[in-house]
Write a protein that binds this ligand. Structure first.
Ligand code: GLN
Length: 481
């Protein structure tokens, strides 16, 4: 069974009767069994996946109406709730938490007959960018297993890149879909804020995060957006973009479009290889008829500080509910007074989550908020204004998704500030709500490099057209696993 096909190819093959969903899903589960010990993309595998795929085949045979996914095997980041399944956020705190309901994205995919093959590894509560902060051990990059796969949706990107599923869902608060997509050579999409419902996504910093698809092709992302986007009464921040068919016109090209190369994202600390790869991407786009120019967005240099201040503040508030009483109760209260109980049970969080919560308690506190939290909000507002102004002149922006190459597991784990700084190119789109996508573009020393394209709010459809154009210029070797 050839597992190396795109989502749309899978759908066609099943539709045309060339393969059965059951055989494909069964081969997918076998591959997970064979290679995931090396990669650790999955925290749990769905033992009923093959049976569920066979139910879809049955529907097809009996001429019943079948959903658009036709039994497609998809993996889900383990901070998205699937009813009656464990949802751990890769944390000991939620080790035994079983979700009582489906996230909206899960209900939508189920309606379309997707099959969930398993829950994927992440940095604990999606805080990190290497997947090393998972309480269950790191995932590994399939291009070289000594290297990090990126994060926090590392398991999702690994599973797509290593053909352990056809597509995956991750979440992106400050780059967590695009960063691992870049490190593992997959497409990673962060939609306009509100395009996809967050209902059932366990919150980290809910004012800026989105669920996003990780796929092998831009068209697959468009296909999934058609299913996932739209208003949701359970998430008041959703926007009505239902009328867009993201697949139609996706091949219309970028002739005459204006693209700005963000200078602040290719300056300090950028790997020289990444710089030359970025220039090559710009040349390719120009070759397709786009007009590229340098552009400066001054506030980018404060964006990491602003992002970590805002995200830690929201995390501090969102994670306050984990007191071991409301979720995952496994430790009796007898013999403790309140504070000592809470501090005892909250020490179940890993060091990175604790770091964020200490930060998130301090920066918005009385006497300090003016200096930190309120200033961070000011930067966010100024950045948004600058970005909106830039889009008066440009259709798209471009920058490398990550300014450095994938690095070795363990190499940076003790340097949190260095890790924070790596997010410089991804956090802007979260702070401003604009859509952005990472497209695999090159390899450097056998390690993947992704290019990021960005568009203005609600221009998701147009952004996918630009990404599709860039994708047509790329031919990469197959992952060596
Ligand atoms: N690396 C960033 C952080 O640790 C982004 C994480 C994310 O997008 N979930 O907060």
């Amino acid at each position: 069974m050839n597992l190396k096909i795109s989502a749309l190819e899978f759908v066609n093959e099943v539709k045309n009767g060339n393969i059965s969903a059951e055989d494909f899903v069964s081969a997918t589960i076998d591959r997970i069994k064979n290679i995931d010990e090396k990669l650790h993309a999955f925290l749990q595998v769905n033992l009923k996946a093959v049976e569920q795929a066979s139910q879809v085949d049955k529907k097809i045979r009996s001429g019943e109406k079948v959903g658009a996914c036709f039994g497609m095997p998809i993996s889900i980041k383990d901070n998205i709730c699937i009813k009656h399944s464990k949802t751990t956020c890769a944390s000991k705190m939620l080790e035994n938490f079983v979700a009582p309901y489906n996230a909206t994205v899960i209900s939508k995919l189920k309606e379309q007959d997707a099959v969930f093959v398993g829950k994927t590894n992440l940095d604990e509560f999606a805080m990190g960018l290497t997947t090393e902060f998972s309480a269950y051990g790191p995932s590994r990059n399939p291009w070289n297993t000594d290297y990090v796969p990126g994060g926090s949706s590392g398991g999702s990107a690994v599973s797509v890149s290593a053909f352990e599923c056809v597509a995956s869902l991750g979440s992106d608060t400050g780059g967590s879909v695009r960063n691992p997509a870049s490190f593992c050579s997959t497409i990673g999409y962060k939609p306009t804020y509100g395009l996809i419902s967050r209902y059932g996504l366990i919150s980290y910093a809910n004012s800026i995060e989105q669920i996003g698809p990780i796929t092998r092709t831009v068209k697959d992302t468009a296909f999934l957006l058609n299913i996932l986007s739209g208003l949701d009464p359970n998430d008041n921040t959703t926007i009505d973009n239902d009328k867009d068919d993201y697949l139609s016109g996706i091949d219309s090209g970028i002739e005459g479009k204006k693209i700005g190369l963000i200078q602040e994202m290719i300056e300090e600390g950028v790997d020289p290889d990444i710089l030359s790869i970025t220039n090559a991407a710009v040349s390719k786009l120009e070759g397709l008829g786009a007009v590229c120019e340098d552009v400066s967005i001054d506030m980018v240099k404060y964006s990491v500080a602003s992002y970590y201040t805002i995200s830690a503040t929201e995390a501090g508030s969102n994670l306050a509910r984990y007191d071991n009483l409301r979720y995952g109760y496994d430790f009796p209260v007898e013999g403790f007074e309140f504070n000592s109980y809470i501090s005892k049970v909250r020490s179940k969080f890993g060091p990175e989550v604790i770091r964020r919560m200490i930060l998130g308690g301090f920066v918005p506190s009385t006497g300090h908020a003016g200096k930190y939290f309120l200033k961070a909000l000011k930067v966010k507002n100024k950045l948004t204004k600058e970005v909106n102004d830039v889009f008066k002149k440009f259709d798209y922006l471009i920058a490398p998704t990550v300014p450095i190459l994938p690095f070795k597991i363990g190499e940076k784990i003790d340097d949190p500030v260095a890790l924070f700084q790596i997010d410089i190119n991804t956090v802007m789109s979260n702070l401003t709500g604009i859509p952005s996508i990472s497209v695999p573009f090159a390899l450097s020393n056998g390690l993947p490099v992704g290019m990021q394209l960005l568009a203005k709010q609600n221009e998701d459809k147009s952004l996918l057209q630009a990404a599709r154009s860039l994708e047509t210029t790329v031919q990469l070797p197959e992952v060596p696993i």
